[in-house]
Design a protein around this ligand. Structure first.
Ligand SMILES: Cc1cc2nc3c(=O)[nH]c(=O)nc-3n(C[C@H](O)[C@H](O)[C@H](O)COP(=O)(O)OP(=O)(O)OC[C@H]3O[C@@H](n4cnc5c(N)ncnc54)[C@H](O)[C@@H]3O)c2cc1C
Length: 428
């Protein structure tokens, strides 16, 4: 069965970028449909249990406001999140702040906020094709359990992480290769219950913990020599990230293979932790990522491509729509390590509006992990709160394009920046 639908803005993908885009476009007066293939919002933060969200701060300086601040403050006020300072394991003395969230509380909050903003939600909706007029995207086809939706939209915002809409529309993109190690690996996280959290953190902070992990990795007992832990303040539960598998997540067969390999890894890791990590002795596994976490796939070629130098030299841009301070952070499957390159404390780089505008397709904006950036720059701006901030900008831009009757490529960035400032976004 077929169903036709007309909207102002279609946002595809309900991760941090899609949440920011949909709420922002709706608050700017657009009729918004947000299509998500699963049955909840949040993307990696809920779907894959990536429950630490980087970063609202550069040292003591707040760099993200707007919807990011509204959502994070709301979770903190509800006792469902806390701000922590995390050492970057590969760079001694360097740390970054992140908001640790309860994924279920986040899932509930962002859904409520989207509905309150007037966003029309369509869950269980897999983007399957694009509708084009020449080189202009004019809508999309969504497969749902009951019908095939043919959606006409004046602007489409691709927040799929993988840039699915842009790729189907024929937009140019770059993507590394699994074989040559130029794609970051995927990871599966899990939630462990009945953990003595205090003892886990005490051991983790000791010199013994890294020695123990390195030795176990060298013996082949665990897949990687380090781990990340997420905890929004729980006493008996903790989320563990310690798996790493090479995969091209735009290939469904490879993604299936990766999911199976990652699940095997987390069960091995869990057994290892129970025996070797004080505090895990009586733990049980409560849940694993619904889908493996994906760090890197397509990077759409936009009107500007953010570079390593832009990030490291904290370059400003006249059309910046968000500020970032998270370092370059690239997981390397082959070396089994993480490469970090730091940004000066208190400084921030800008992300230009042009990174959200595909170079060769109109009617379309991209936000989140699939924006126009080199591998190095993406290693910095791919973190969740940056993706949400880019989404907020894309949503406001989409609504402005409709009001001004222009295509995204012709929108005056000064107008957009004025609108973003009015909604609390920090731009300098
Ligand atoms: C293992 C791991 C650890 C990480 N650690 C951190 C961390 O500690 N802190 C941090 O801030 N960031 C971290 N990141 C990075 C961050 O989680 C992602 O880069 C970020 O979530 C990307 O946001 P997004 O909105 O672009 O995409 P996603 O979060 O991937 O959301 C995309 C959404 O689109 C939906 N979708 C995709 N394709 C389709 C389709 N065809 N049709 C319909 N819906 C679709 C998906 O279901 C999903 O809901 C980590 C990532 C991984 C994988």
């Amino acid at each position: 069965m077929r169903r036709e639908k007309k909207v102002d803005v279609l946002v595809v993908g309900g991760g941090p970028a899609g949440i920011g885009a949909a709420i922002s476009a709706a608050r700017n007066g657009a009729h918004v449909l947000l299509a998500e293939r699963y049955f909840f919002l949040g993307g990696m933060g809920t779907l894959s249990l990536v429950a630490g969200l980087y970063t609202q701060w550069s040292g003591e300086r707040r760099i993200l406001g707007g919807i990011v601040r509204e959502l994070m403050d709301s979770l903190i006020q509800r006792g469902e999140a806390r701000e922590i300072c995390v050492p970057m394991s590969a760079s001694p003395g360097v740390s970054s702040s992140r908001t640790e969230i309860n994924p279920e509380a986040y899932k509930y909050l962002v859904e409520q906020k989207a509905v309150e903003a007037g966003v029309e939600l369509l869950y269980g909706a897999l983007f399957s094709d694009v509708r084009m007029e020449g080189d202009r995207v004019v809508g999309a086809v969504l497969e749902t359990k009951s019908e095939t939706w043919e959606v006409d939209a004046r602007v489409v915002v691709d927040c799929t992480g993988d840039g699915d809409v842009a790729a189907f529309a024929g937009a140019r993109f770059d993507k590394g290769e699994r074989e040559s190690g130029t794609l970051q690996p995927i990871s599966m996280l899990f939630l462990a219950g009945n953990v003595d959290v205090e003892r886990v953190f005490a051991f983790w902070a000791s010199e013994e913990a890294p020695r123990c992990l390195r030795a176990a990795c060298a013996r082949g007992e665990i897949p990687m020599p380090s781990m990340a832990l997420h905890n929004p303040g729980w006493e008996r539960d903790i989320i563990v990230s310690m798996s790493r598998t090479a995969c091209d997540a735009t290939d469904s067969l490879d993604l299936t293979r990766g999911q199976i390999a990652a699940r095997e890894q987390i069960h091995r890791v869990f057994e290892f932790l129970k025996v070797n990590f004080p505090g895990f002795e009586h733990a049980y596994m409560v849940a694993s990522s619904t889908q493996v976490g994906v760090r890197e796939t397509r990077r759409i070629v936009g009107r500007y491509t953010l570079t390593r130098e832009d990030v490291i030299e904290t370059r400003p841009f006249p059309d910046a729509i968000a500020l970032g301070a998270y370092p370059i952070d690239i997981h390397r499957a082959e070396q089994n390590d993480v490469f970090f390159e730091q940004v000066a404390r208190g400084d921030a780089y800008g992300v230009p509006y042009r990174c959200l505008v595909p170079a060769d397709v109109e009617g379309l904006l991209v936000a989140g992990r699939c924006v126009s950036a080199t591998r190095e720059a993406l290693g910095a701006i791919r973190v969740q709160l940056m993706c949400m901030a880019m989404g907020e900008a894309a949503g406001a831009a989409a609504a402005l394009c409709i009001r001004e009757a222009v295509q995204p490529g012709s929108l005056d960035p000064a107008l957009l920046r004025r609108a973003l400032r009015a909604q609390g976004v920090i731009l300098d």
